[in-house]
Design a protein around this ligand. Structure first.
Ligand SMILES: Cc1cc2nc3c(=O)[nH]c(=O)nc-3n(C[C@H](O)[C@H](O)[C@H](O)COP(=O)(O)O)c2cc1C
Length: 203
């Protein structure tokens, strides 16, 4: 067995705490789900968006059925997926309910447009995906929502916002590609230094 893998539980059912500790290691891209139309709108920060199929284009997201977005998602049958850039951390916090705002108040201070479905889509998101609800599987506290993609808008920006180990992390394609190249390419060799017998360096 790989010695890096630590078994955290052997003789009991995994607790929700065990499960949380495991899931902290799963880095997730941060998106805001938007629902409703007009003044009757709501939204929430999520990391559970995942592609389901490319042909036809469908995706899934897991939504807490206690959240303020859930009733509007069910009523209208449409939702938006707004994939956040690294500089939209404040939007992520607001739509996670951190400053206590609800409904339309969460949308203040950012630009929003509507497309086919009528739900608000974030101007300046890395990508904004307009979806129609295709199916819903309600399980436990959450519901798996399958969305059929109606419209897609993609930005040329590249720095994404991820969530990992309980904190937000910026992923910048340009900066991180340079850092990756630095650690994965062997450093230029200085043979004469390196090849010297170690004993010679010792007093
Ligand atoms: C980084 C992050 C990811 C989250 N991902 C999800 C998710 O995938 N599904 C979910 O139901 N809630 C998720 N939440 C929690 C919701 O954002 C939060 O419960 C919701 O916005 C607040 O509920 P309210 O709209 O009823 O105030 C996440 C929160 C954070 C900070």
């Amino acid at each position: 067995m790989n010695s890096a893998v630590r078994t955290i539980n052997i003789d009991r059912e995994p607790s929700s705490g065990d499960f949380r500790s495991a899931m902290r290691h799963l880095a997730g891209g941060v998106s805001v789900i938007t629902v409703g139309r007009g003044k009757e709108v709501a939204g929430m920060t999520v990391t559970s968006v995942s592609s389901l199929s490319v042909d036809p284009p469908t995706l899934i997201v897991s939504i807490n059925r206690e959240s303020s977005s859930w009733p509007l998602l069910k009523r209208y049958g449409f939702f938006g997926v707004n994939i956040l850039t690294a500089d939209q951390l404040d939007i992520a916090e607001r739509f996670a309910g951190k400053d206590g705002l609800k409904g339309a108040d969460r949308f203040a201070g950012a630009g929003w447009i509507t497309r086919a479905s009528g739900v608000p889509l974030l101007v300046g998101a890395l990508a904004a995906i307009d979806c129609e609800v295709d199916d819903i599987v309600e399980r436990h506290s959450h519901a798996i929502v399958i969305g059929r993609v109606l419209d897609v808008q993609v930005s040329s920006r590249t720095a994404a916002l991820a969530y990992w180990q309980g904190q937000y992390v910026a992923i910048d394609q340009n900066k991180d590609a340079i850092r990756l190249a630095e650690v994965s390419l062997p450093a230029p060799r200085a043979p004469r230094e390196i090849d010297k017998p170690i004993s010679k360096h010792r007093p």
